[in-house]
Write a protein that binds this ligand. Structure first.
Ligand SMILES: [Zn+2]
Length: 84
């Protein structure tokens, strides 16, 4: 990035006031791989529930589909405008 004269954009008042309405719910599923015992997360998918057994999840550690179990599901409210 160059050190140009460009100033960062200043958010308008309206944008700040209306921010709450722009939050979206993001649900994350925490999965434990039975093969490497590692935990990883992915976006919640329909039908997910805690302690559900999964036969074919892509474990990022094992780098293949492994038997896994859902250990936790949590949701958070994120502001998509803040994400880059
Ligand atoms: Zn694994």
């Amino acid at each position: 990035m160059s050190e140009g004269p460009d100033l960062p954009p200043i958010p308008s008042i309206g944008e700040v006031l209306g921010r709450k309405e722009h939050f979206i719910q993001k649900v994350t599923t925490v999965i434990r791989c039975k093969q490497c015992e590692g935990k990883y997360t992915r976006i919640f998918q329909n039908g997910d529930y805690t302690f559900k057994k999964l036969d074919n999840e892509n474990c990022p550690e094992c780098k293949k589909k492994t038997p896994s179990i859902i250990v936790e599901i949590y949701s958070e409210w994120i502001n998509p405008k803040k994400e880059k």
